[in-house]
Design a protein around this ligand. Structure first.
Ligand SMILES: N=c1c2ncn([C@@H]3O[C@H](COP(=O)(O)OP(=O)(O)OP(=O)(O)O)[C@@H](O)[C@H]3O)c2ncn1[C@@H]1O[C@H](COP(=O)(O)O)[C@@H](O)[C@H]1O
Length: 108
């Protein structure tokens, strides 16, 4: 399975949990608690990822990164962003310089 297929598969599962039983599904519980809580979880997982990058092991960093990606997918699902929307942006940036991309974001 490709990385894209794995993310798409998890995203489909996440969408299927909308309106589900918060007692039976962690994802349904997150949707039930609302976007502010989901966003908070993304922030917490991002901090934990950074901590593992600075003071942990590659294995712990990979594990925290998986938690971060999962919670980010839940945030996208709640906010109406599909993985394909993000893939399209990443694909459009491929082959361009990061410096040029940064300049193009600045207001004229
Ligand atoms: N990838 C994940 C995944 N990664 C992490 N987690 C859960 O995220 C939680 C993070 O732990 P925390 O202690 O931070 O969460 P918490 O207990 O809610 O803590 P608070 O929010 O109360 O602070 C754990 O319960 C993990 O099991 C995940 N839960 C689900 N998935 C995917 O989502 C699919 C659907 O899961 P369910 O919605 O639970 O059926 C699964 O098949 C997986 O593919």
């Amino acid at each position: 399975m490709t990385t894209q297929a794995i993310l798409d598969d998890i995203y489909a599962t996440i969408l299927s949990r909308k309106g589900g039983d918060p007692e039976a599904s962690h994802t349904a519980r997150l949707f039930h608690r609302g976007r502010a809580k989901i966003a908070q979880k993304v922030g917490e997982e991002a901090v934990e990822t950074v901590i593992e990058a600075m003071a942990g092991t590659p294995e712990k960093l990979a594990s925290e990164s998986a938690d971060l990606l999962y919670h980010l997918l839940v945030l996208w699902a709640d906010a109406g962003v599909a993985p394909a929307d993000v893939y399209a942006i990443l694909a459009a940036r491929q082959g361009t310089s990061g410096i040029e991309e940064k300049k193009s974001r600045k207001p004229a």
